[in-house]
Design a protein around this ligand. Structure first.
Ligand code: R5P
Length: 311
């Protein structure tokens, strides 16, 4: 088994390799003067089971292209099996046509990864479970919930907790976390989004007064969804609001928004390499997902169950 890292999130790739007690594959992923990407693998991979770790986070197109070129290099070097490990799958939110004459870019990206030569995909908290079906190759979707639940129970297990979904689409995810928190009660924020990048909170379904709320979502991008939801929960009398998000996209002034928000704390994972600004924020904490991905890779290589990781 070999682990090849793209440049999108080297600390995570190193941590995964560390969990597996393997060195990263000796390779160069670099740019020519005109910005074209070039990959050179400096060790034999013929007949190997290779896992390419690359989040297609910002700059999404560059990181995606790096992934595709790494896969191509491995295929041409006769790797036996290539697994695209996508801790964060960028473009996932473009999973349906929002209007006439618009693309379904998540499907296009899935086609590109498959055509480049990937035999399998390993992703974390896909924006929607059905994106697995966009790939016509085996696709495992890992859940961050066990990592989050362990952290919540360690830090706040003795409090009255209420799990809150920041929109109707996230209820299944919120219910799964609530089950892991000794069946904590659930509330839902009824959010209406007027246009991408802005959101408006409409209503809260559930009595959150006096509760320590745990907001859970897959992605924080501009921060609008989360910050508005936190404010609405505090306005309804919540005792505190802490948020757990798998993918800290944190674009634009999101870090500043979070830092100045009603949130007690935002906990993200390292599927996307946190920026210096995120690490410096007194309200943002990062949990590592490396052992979870490392264990899933180990199980895929050994051909044992991945789903039992979440029993
Ligand atoms: C939407 O369905 C996602 O689950 C997130 O709620 C959304 O992408 C967050 O975006 P933002 O932080 O820009 O509100």
């Amino acid at each position: 088994m070999k682990i090849l890292a793209g440049n999108s999130n080297l600390p995570l790739a190193r941590a995964i390799a560390g969990y597996l007690e393997l060195p990263l594959t000796n390779a160069d992923v670099r740019r020519f003067a005109d910005d074209e990407i070039f990959v050179e693998i400096h060790e034999n991979v013929r007949g190997e089971d290779v896992f390419v770790v690359q989040s297609t986070s910002a700059p999404a197109n560059d990181n995606l292209m790096e992934l595709l070129i790494c896969i191509d290099a491995l295929r041409r070097a006769s790797a036996k099996r290539i697994t695209a490990v996508l801790p964060y799958f960028g473009y996932a939110r473009q999973d349906r046509k929002p209007g006439p004459r618009t693309p379904i870019s998540a499907k296009l990206v899935a086609n590109l990864i498959t055509t480049a030569g990937a035999d399998r995909v390993l992703a974390v908290d896909l924006h929607a479970g059905q994106i697995q079906g966009f790939f016509d190759i085996p696709t495992d979707n890992l859940y961050g919930a066990p990592v989050m639940a362990a952290d919540i129970l360690t830090r706040s297990g003795d409090q009255d907790l209420m799990v809150v979904s920041p929109d109707v689409g996230g209820v299944v995810r919120a219910r799964a976390l609530a089950r892991r928190l000794n069946n904590a009660p659930l509330a839902i924020v009824d959010k209406r989004r007027d246009k991408p990048g802005s959101s408006e909170v409409m209503n809260i379904i559930g009595d959150v007064a006096g509760q320590h709320c745990i907001l859970i979502d897959d992605i924080i991008d501009s921060g609008g969804t989360l910050v508005n939801a936190a404010q609405a929960l505090m306005d309804e009398g919540a005792a505190s609001v802490t948020a757990y998000l798998t993918h800290g996209v944190l674009s634009g002034s999101a870090v500043e928004r979070v830092t100045n928000s009603a949130l007690k704390e935002l906990v993200i994972t390292d599927t996307i390499q946190p920026t210096a600004a995120a690490l410096a924020s007194p309200k943002i904490r990062v949990l590592t997902i490396a052992p979870l991905i490392g264990e899933a890779i180990h199980r895929i290589a050994e051909e044992s169950s991945v789903s039992s990781l979440f029993d």
